[in-house]
Ligand binder design. Sequence first.
Ligand SMILES: CC(C)(COP(=O)(O)OP(=O)(O)OC[C@H]1O[C@@H](n2cnc3c(N)ncnc32)[C@H](O)[C@@H]1OP(=O)(O)O)[C@@H](O)C(=O)NCCC(=O)NCCS
Length: 212
Amino acid sequence: MSVGKIESADIKEVVEVHHQSFRGYINTCIGKNYTFGFFRWFIGYSDSVTLKVSSDNGVVGYVVGAKIGYNAELNKHLKPLAIKGVLLNLSVLFHKNFLFILKSRIKALLSFSKKTSSQVKDPDGKGLSLVGIGILPSEAGKGYGKDLMKAFEEKAIELGYDYLRLSVYKSNERAMALYSKQGWRSVETETPILYFYKEFKNNHVFLTDLGG
Ligand SMILES: CC(C)(COP(=O)(O)OP(=O)(O)OC[C@H]1O[C@@H](n2cnc3c(N)ncnc32)[C@H](O)[C@@H]1OP(=O)(O)O)[C@@H](O)C(=O)NCCC(=O)NCCS
């Protein structure tokens, strides 16, 4: 097992891992073009952390994250790919989470236009968001997820971040168990999403709205 940075040459394998580990999720239902765009953006973004875990057979998992406030740029980059992905895969309009995601996107757009961007939620610029983690289903339960989480935290500390955050569907018991075991704490919301965070310094005041 080895953990390393995701390079451009790894994208194809990482996209495959993502599509297998997130099978049935909206972001995979809209096709691989969108996923390629997603990982290319993280690799090219200066304030990102991108890690892969490999076995003898190649890449078996990945984790990507970016400094809180990254959303606006990522969304701008992904918008045309998302629209094209939906048009080419119209069945996604009937996906159980489609309306929820659409509403969150509209809410984010409105709050952005009111200048209450995620900078406000991270005034010190010391927060890193874990945006996605996935392990090949055939390799799940073997400790790769734990190894990636640890490597992600170490990288965050090395880069000078004070805390980490992520969001997860409340139905995703396996992922929630992983985060809790790694010492992350959760924040309840009234939506299908739960926020988790981990502080390296104790001085941050956490609001229930950790979006971004
Ligand atoms: C969630 C995920 C990243 C966990 O990775 P993993 O390599 O399977 O996890 P690990 O083997 O390191 O196990 C870590 C912990 O997860 C939990 N876990 C692992 N397998 C589990 C299972 N089958 N059922 C419930 N919990 C499980 C356990 O708490 C485990 O700790 P333990 O071994 O000390 O008991 C992986 O299963 C995955 O890719 N899932 C699909 C994509 C996803 O949901 N990503 C997270 C949302 S952003």
